[in-house]
Design a binder for this molecule. Structure first.
Ligand SMILES: Cc1cc2nc3c(=O)[nH]c(=O)nc-3n(C[C@H](O)[C@H](O)[C@H](O)COP(=O)(O)OP(=O)(O)OC[C@H]3O[C@@H](n4cnc5c(N)ncnc54)[C@H](O)[C@@H]3O)c2cc1C
Length: 251
């Protein structure tokens, strides 16, 4: 429009165009200017420019990828029990995470990140699973608890978490998981968080439950952490590189 006001822009995308794309992808989930106060424990704060409610892990993944592809700012809101929202509100898209599926699968529990942490912990007790008893009254979601390493009464998430699927802007899903080779963490992890994982895995390796699982699945009693593990992986990478050169896959 000549002489008119340019469209509002966030992160390089005209907002109206971006909202239209979000609406097409999530016909039921998009609200413009919705107040965030009802979604926080403090019941305070202004509106989200766009509030997008997702109800499954698949929707959460799709939402994140679309928002990133539109170059919009993205924030995840779980139970809102550890945030204070400014009265001015939040620019960009706030994704309200209501992906709540929980499955009990031997020997533990699998949960989507929007499942309530406290009620999942209580259900674990009902299923005879130990490790989250301390969390029975912690408000918020599993995702919020993992991000903040929630803790109470001497327990913390890092003690009980086995694995987490991480959504990343660059790669889509980055799967961090326990394999026979080890436990892979994201590249940008802090020293403190890395240290916590090393401590947690050292305790797992020494536990009777791990010894039983190891025996059951025929795994060797092989355990490395920290620099030792890194060096072992680097040696393996070098071996694969040499082998790949020898058979002509690498020049
Ligand atoms: C009454 C009360 C008691 C509490 N007691 C405890 C306690 O005993 N121990 C304790 O540790 N904490 C406690 N808290 C704090 C709070 O419950 C925890 O920090 C909780 O884990 C936050 O989860 P949430 O889903 O509410 O996160 P939110 O408040 O919604 O979000 C917190 C942060 O995590 C991010 N986030 C949330 N979900 C995701 C996700 N899926 N992916 C990526 N980022 C995400 C958000 O973007 C935000 O930055 C308490 C809070 C209240 C109000």
């Amino acid at each position: 429009m000549i002489g008119g006001r340019p469209p509002a822009v966030i992160g390089g995308s005209p907002v109206s165009q971006a909202i239209e794309q979000l609406r097409q992808a999530f016909p039921q989930g998009v609200e413009e200017g919705a107040s965030l106060a009802p979604h926080t424990a403090a019941r305070l704060g202004g509106p989200a420019e766009v509030l997008l409610t997702v109800r499954s892990g698949e929707e959460l993944q799709r939402a994140a990828q679309l928002i990133w592809s539109l170059d919009l700012p993205l924030r995840i809101l779980g139970g809102g029990s550890n945030v204070l929202v400014a009265d001015a509100g939040v620019k960009g898209v706030v994704v309200l995470n209501q992906a709540k599926a929980v499955r009990f699968e031997e020997p533990g529990v699998w949960a989507e990140s929007g499942a309530f942490f406290g009620s999942t912990a209580r259900r674990c007790v009902e299923h005879g699973l130990a490790g989250l008893e301390w969390a029975a009254t912690v408000p918020g979601t599993i995702g919020g608890a993992v991000v903040g390493n929630a803790g109470a009464h001497g327990g913390e998430v890092a003690d009980a978490l086995v694995s987490a699927d991480l959504l990343t802007r660059e790669q889509g899903v980055e799967l961090d998981w326990v394999t026979w080779r080890g436990f892979y963490v994201p590249g940008g992890i802090s020293e403190a968080a890395y240290g916590r994982w090393v401590d947690a895995l050292t305790r797992v390796a020494a536990s009777p439950a791990w010894t039983t699982a190891r025996d059951r699945y025929g795994l060797e009693p092989f355990f490395l952490t920290g620099d030792e593990f890194r060096i072992a992986v680097e040696h393996q990478v070098e071996d694969f590189r040499t082998m790949s050169r020898e058979i002509g896959l690498l020049k």
